[in-house]
Design a protein around this ligand. Sequence first.
Ligand code: PMP
Length: 435
Amino acid sequence: MDPLLTSNEAALALRVSQKTVLRLIRSGRLPAEKVGRSWRIRASDLPCNRSPGISDVVYLDDNASNPMHPAVADAMTAAMQNLSGNASSSHTAGVLARTAVEDARGQLAELLDVAPSELVFTSGATESNNLFLRGFPYATGKNRVVISAGEHASISEVTHELQAEGIIDLSVVPLLSSGQLDLEAFAALLDDKVAVVSIVGANSETGVISPLAEVVDLAHGVGAVVHSDVTQLAGRTDLNLADLRLDAVSLSAHKMNGPQGVGALFARRSLLRRLRSLNVGGGHENGLRSGTYNTAGIVGMGLAATLAANPADIEHNQRMRDLLQRQLTTIPDVVVHGAHSQRLPNTTNLYFAGAPGDIVLARTPEVAASIGSACHAGAIDPSPTLLAMGLDRDVSSSSIRFSTTRFTTATEIEKASQAVLKTVLEVRAQSQEVA
Ligand code: PMP
């Protein structure tokens, strides 16, 4: 998918004036097509929209945060300029802002195929996960929670805290070496004391997709509520909550080409009514999320939802990811984690033997990707997901996650793979010299 942009959208993406864009077009430096009286520019022809602000870098870190769609930036700018009333105020400025918030709620509800009243706007998936797991009404004798070993920290940390506080009894389902959830082990952990099952929709590091339909069947069989952190799935795949029968999900706008700092929690109405808020105050969002609405952010999330999960984008991402993976595996001793599992269309996580990921990335500044592990005070922690797949500490702390964006081009993949391969071969040669 290569969106066609207006000159205004191109100007926003490039952070220049529309006049400058028109000058670039007229001087032949920016290819464009005349449609009627205006110009249309291919997103892939923009020099920097894939990596705002760092024009020479190939941005392959979509799973960390993806580039904002120019139309979303445009809508947010308009919202910031025109909708500065408090969405809870009863005067016209407030009503206009509230209307925009409710329109966005409708747009998001449509993407997920749920009722708008079942959505709560939050500051992101971290807050949604915390709100759901902390706010859930656990009962004595039914307070078991089951998560997987491949959860984001905002699930694993909060559940470990709840366990330490004596509120829940936590079980963690192991992963198979393929990166998949161990469904047999999962089934064996279920009983009628399980209140909540929370299984990530897709692992952010390997991209491996969880078998959510089977998880729902098994968990509902013992009367458990099923929550999923679908942050990486929403917008990248055709996610339909009505089909999946999930009871609650968390998601985030900046994984759908929307803004950072805004997200949502979906929960069935009967469940939402029983959740307890994390913060008290003005009672916004039916008492579940006090705090003035982030109107512009919510407008951006709503529009991003309407532009997300487009089949052409999904296919484009997969083509770019496959091309990248093919190029990067043309040298020996490269392992693709989770290669044989169903994965997000944009993600590939690779281990280059003899070339630690942090060194490779540090020496390849023209590529933005991540090592699948957190870096605390200069020390590299091994990735819990890769460790859970049975990989050793060395592999788990030196693999690289590449994640393409809907705007990634084949030229960028070519540039990135050549740069990474060159560095990997240099690092390998140097370590041989030292040995
Ligand atoms: N869950 C998953 C699976 C994620 O990948 C992320 C972001 N990396 C989060 C939750 C946190 O999302 P947010 O930044 O919106 O808090």
